[in-house]
Design a protein around this ligand. Structure first.
Ligand SMILES: Cc1ncc(COP(=O)(O)O)c(C=O)c1O
Length: 394
């Protein structure tokens, strides 16, 4: 008898972060008071001017029909302009493909770039979707270990240790999910030089670029740090900076041959992204930017609060994050006697303390957990206190 599920999908794990959020929702539905540090999304509402444009767009019949598969021309133009401002590189709107969130951008790009036998370097801890998207093409994700002591950032020496003749690309994310690390311009320049020297593609996921604390506007981009533009793909979207996770608008920017292949792939897989959501994204990118700044300020306050509370728990070490909305503490001192694994510990924190976290095992780094501070300060205080009580009780 043939297997019912394909070999390709049989071994594919579901998204651990979504699974944890789903379990937290279930417990809430049962009436439990659950504080969630699991979600990877802002808790703010989408700004009003974006909603107003979406409401208008719903009633415009032009938006009721299929539109260009690669995205509405004004959105591709707005993305090109946004990329010039925040990533420091001139791109033509024809190099932009608009996707159902940055997630689909990653899948499109992996499908366009990778073949079975290719190796793709993924600094660990990594965002859970990269290995999944790479593996589905038949290519092999190769984790590049990083250490908390060096801010979870990899260097050309680290990359050299795992590079082989089959290395096709490096997927980099800065600011990082799950660590909150931000690469400096100089660190990116060193990686860009290494990649150009070896003809390695760089896929730079910049979805958190405007959530970098201590940078006036945006985190540094490898695009402006000497990357070979002929082997560079940028991935971005409106989800995190504009509190628009549910709208599903992201994009990839790539050289013409790669964007063309991605367009052909997307023309079969999904076609155009919802026109109303695209109109909302145009309003986000071209409208007032003050909400990005006020959300960033709020995240920064929460970041400092959560970092202070997490490092006050005995036995926990934590690298101070500089971007995104996550802290990624080392909890290994608490795993062992009481909990057989980090997964088990994370589940106990949810079931017994009512606090949802995501175990580092999903990110390729057991012994750590990811805590999202995209939630209010009172919840951060209550959740951290419940977690602390659970961990220090015997
Ligand atoms: C690093 C990273 N890239 C991409 C995404 C996906 O973003 P989107 O909601 O636009 O698909 C996420 C969402 O969690 C993320 O953390």
């Amino acid at each position: 008898m043939t297997d019912r599920v394909s070999a390709r999908l049989a071994g594919l794990p579901g998204s651990a972060t979504l699974a944890m959020s789903a379990r937290a929702r279930e417990l809430r539905a049962e009436g439990r008071d659950i504080i969630s540090f699991a979600a990877g999304e802002p808790d703010f509402p989408t700004p009003e001017h974006i909603l107003a444009e979406a409401s208008r767009a719903i009633h415009d019949p032009v938006n009721h029909k299929y539109s260009q598969n690669a995205g509405l021309p004004p959105l591709r133009e707005a993305v090109a302009e946004n990329t010039r401002i925040y990533s420091g590189v001139e791109v033509d709107p024809s190099q932009v493909i608009v996707t159902n969130g940055a997630k689909q951008a990653i899948f499109d790009v992996c499908a366009a770039l990778f073949d079975p036998g290719d190796e793709v370097l993924v600094p660990a801890p990594y965002w859970v979707t990269y290995p999944a998207a790479i593996s589905l093409t038949g290519a092999t994700p190769v984790p590049v270990p990083s250490l908390a002591s060096t801010g979870f950032k990899v260097t050309p020496d680290d990359l050299d240790r795992v590079r082989t003749a089959a290395t096709k690309a490096l997927i980099l994310v800065s600011p990082s999910n799950p660590t909150g690390s931000v690469y400096s311009h100089e660190e990116l320049a060193a990686i860009a030089e290494w990649a150009s020297r070896h003809g390695v593609w760089v896929v730079s996921d910049e979805i958190y670029q405007r959530l970098a604390y201590g940078y006036p506007e945006a985190a540094p981009s490898i695009a402006a740090a000497g990357a070979d533009l002929d082997r560079l793909v940028l991935v971005n979207g409106v989800a995190k900076s504009f509190a628009m996770t549910g709208w599903r608008v992201g994009w990839a920017i790539a050289p013409p041959d790669i964007v063309g292949a991605a367009e052909r792939f997307q023309s079969h897989a999904t076609g155009n992204v919802s026109n109303v959501a695209q109109r909302a994204a145009i309003a986000a990118l071209t409208g007032p930017q003050d909400t990005v700044v006020s959300m960033r300020e709020a995240f920064d306050r929460r970041r400092r609060l959560m970092y202070e509370l997490v490092t006050a728990i005995p036995g926990i070490e934590c690298h101070e994050p500089e971007g995104a909305f996550y802290v990624f503490p080392d909890v290994s001192a608490h795993v062992g006697d009481r909990f057989a694994s980090t997964d088990e510990m994370s589940m106990a924190i949810l079931e017994d303390a009512g606090v949802a976290t995501v175990s580092g095992e999903a990110f390729g780094m057991p012994g750590h957990i990811r805590l999202s501070y995209a939630t209010g300060e009172p919840e951060i205080e209550r959740g951290m206190s419940a977690m602390r009580d659970l961990l220090i009780s015997n």
